[in-house]
Design a protein around this ligand. Sequence first.
Ligand code: 2NL
Length: 346
Amino acid sequence: MTSETDLLSALVALEAEALDAVRTAADADSLETVRVTYLGRKEGRISAVLKRLGELSTEGRPRVGAEANRIKAAVQAALGERAVALTQTVAVGPQEDLTLPSRTGWRGGRHPVTLVLDEIWEIFRELGFSRARGPEADTEWYNFVALNTPLDHPAVDEQDTLYLEDSVLLRSHTSPVQIRTMEKYPPPIRILAPGWVYRRDTSDATHTPVFMQVEGLVVDEGINFVDFKATLSEFARRFWGPGTRVRFRPSFFPFTEPSAEVDVKRMITQRDGTRVESDWMEIMGAGMVDPAVLDNCGIDSEKYTGFAFGMGPARIALLKYGVPDLRLFFDNDVRFLRQFQAGGAR
Ligand code: 2NL
């Protein structure tokens, strides 16, 4: 004979199954299927249990009947709640897809001009140079006059300087930093002076009115033209590669005598492994410090000599990476800048 506990445990198992089916029903149609499966009057699985009440003793019947009714009510209530929830989901729209991978974090990187400047600095650091800095707004004395460039000299007009007030201007090169260093410290001096400089230029592919410059200065007893050529050739070969050819072309700057433009010819390894030479590329201006500049800074030009040079890291970056237009370095389009990061384009 069927016992009361048999039917009760069958009912409890059915309740758990039915509630689970209600919870996972994805739409109104499947909810209706769940209702018919468990509560349907003819074929419903709970009704099937109730039909077996007759198998029980008279005392057991009311207890099992009451439990069956409680379960029917619970499943009915769950069906109602789920039906409402499903209509709300439709009204709100699709749920977030929690299986989507999350966005990776933004990673910053160094600007290509900074990368080149760091590389230049690293080489001169190995050669014994220190780094010097100074103000971006300076006086005519530091920007021109101390550099053997009287204010009526054509070079002053050529630089079309940006004045802030009488005799105070945005520096047109970082040379004022070297003048201040020579005023303050006795030789030996070996410094690199990087920083922003300003000229009243219109932006085009090869000019920007604000640009990064890096100048270098060496002053000591007995510094000669061989030190000058050897130091800058060594720099060029460390930067552009060991096979690089270096040439010094005569030039003019008011603050150096003699003066030179320094050009390099690189060895380039092509995709197929063959090595070819590049064209000559101008990388910097340089020269032996004019004795008048040393005297202006209180350094005895009979005892000390020196050399100096200046270059634009953005222009070097242009040559090194084959960038066609300097303005790309200022647009700050991350799709452009990304290409210079260690991981390459991402
Ligand atoms: C260029 C050329 C140059 C210097 C900068 C310098 C500084 C002192 C004394 C003598 Cl304090 N010279 N600087 C010398 C030659 C060239 O820069 O093309 N720069 C972008």
